[in-house]
Design a protein around this ligand. Structure first.
Ligand SMILES: Cc1cc2nc3c(=O)[nH]c(=O)nc-3n(C[C@H](O)[C@H](O)[C@H](O)COP(=O)(O)OP(=O)(O)OC[C@H]3O[C@@H](n4cnc5c(N)ncnc54)[C@H](O)[C@@H]3O)c2cc1C
Length: 254
């Protein structure tokens, strides 16, 4: 969002991220999620409450705490939602959310290795690649699924999601293509975009019902930042608030 909002060259955008920059090499090596899934340096490492539904033990919930968020530590699978689910959202009254409505945005975001077609885009920031390694066990698993009558599906982001086959990955040249790599890196040189890491947002500031900025903590310091236009929260469904896109008026430089 920070990259898209600053695209016009004149909207001043500040992105506040609690985590650090994405310099940990394991972020960028796809198999590195085996390391980052427990690394407190890049991961919030949440634990749920215990409860009878989960055998009275806490569950571990990994969440990215680093530039790129969970897209910097996730399993790299590129699978869109079911078309029928988006259509149901639309039927519930959410204009603009049918699959037909959202498909152009999926296509716009995508740089599909196989090129563009009705369902895929090319030239977008998010590289989507085919799985390179074809493990004999996976081949055998797929073959047995097909023999059992499950249709072969070579594109779960195409005409339908039913079937068995290989998924696609958010990688470029065998390296992770996170939101930070795909969107922020190309935008970093823009003078109207500031990316502040290790900035933990503690609260949104209000003037009556209008959000006018937020307060974040860096080290021991509490810093206030004002937004002349808007404050946008994208803290994932677990944590909020997170990112604040603002017109900066009083952010100290260091
Ligand atoms: C281990 C794991 C594996 C996954 N595997 C896949 C997969 O294979 N395919 C797939 O499609 N999806 C996968 N996901 C899910 C996917 O990564 C997330 O759905 C997606 O990244 C969510 O994006 P988001 O922007 O909503 O939130 P996030 O990417 O989580 O971003 C939230 C950001 O907000 C920051 N933040 C939170 N609180 C504050 C605060 N107070 N102040 C400042 N910053 C704050 C966080 O540090 C984080 O960077 C996986 C997720 C995890 C954790």
């Amino acid at each position: 969002m920070a990259a898209r909002l600053s695209e016009d060259g004149h909207s001043k955008v500040t992105l506040l991220e609690a985590g650090k920059r994405d310099t940990n090499p394991w972020i960028h090596i796809p198999i590195g999620y085996g390391k980052t899934i427990v690394n407190p340096d890049v991961n919030w490492r949440f634990e749920t409450e215990k409860g009878p539904e989960i055998a009275d033990r806490p569950m571990y919930w990994a969440r990215g705490r680093v530039l790129g968020g969970s897209s910097s530590i996730n399993g790299l699978l590129y699978i869109r939602g079911q078309a029928a689910d988006y259509d149901q959202w639309r039927q519930m009254g959410n204009t603009g959310w049918s699959y037909e409505d959202v498909l152009p945005y999926f296509r716009k975001a995508e740089d599909q290795e196989n090129g563009s077609d009705t369902y895929h885009g090319s030239g977008g920031p998010l590289r989507v690649s085919n799985l390179v390694e074809r493990n004999p066990l996976c081949e055998a698993f797929i073959a047995s699924g097909v023999a059992a009558g499950i249709p072969r599906n070579d594109d779960f982001n195409g005409a339908g999601q039913e079937g068995i086959g290989y998924y696609q990955l958010t990688t470029r040249k065998a390296r992770r293509c996170s939101a930070a790599v795909a969107y922020l890196r190309p935008a970093r040189a823009r003078p109207n975009l500031r990316v502040e890491t290790e900035a933990v947002v503690e609260r949104i500031l209000f003037d009556g019902k209008r959000a006018i900025g937020c307060e974040f903590r860096r080290g021991g310091r509490l810093i206030r930042i004002r937004a002349s236009r808007e404050v946008i929260l994208c803290a994932y469904s677990i944590k909020s608030p997170i990112c604040c896109f603002c017109q900066v008026s009083d952010l100290p430089r260091n």
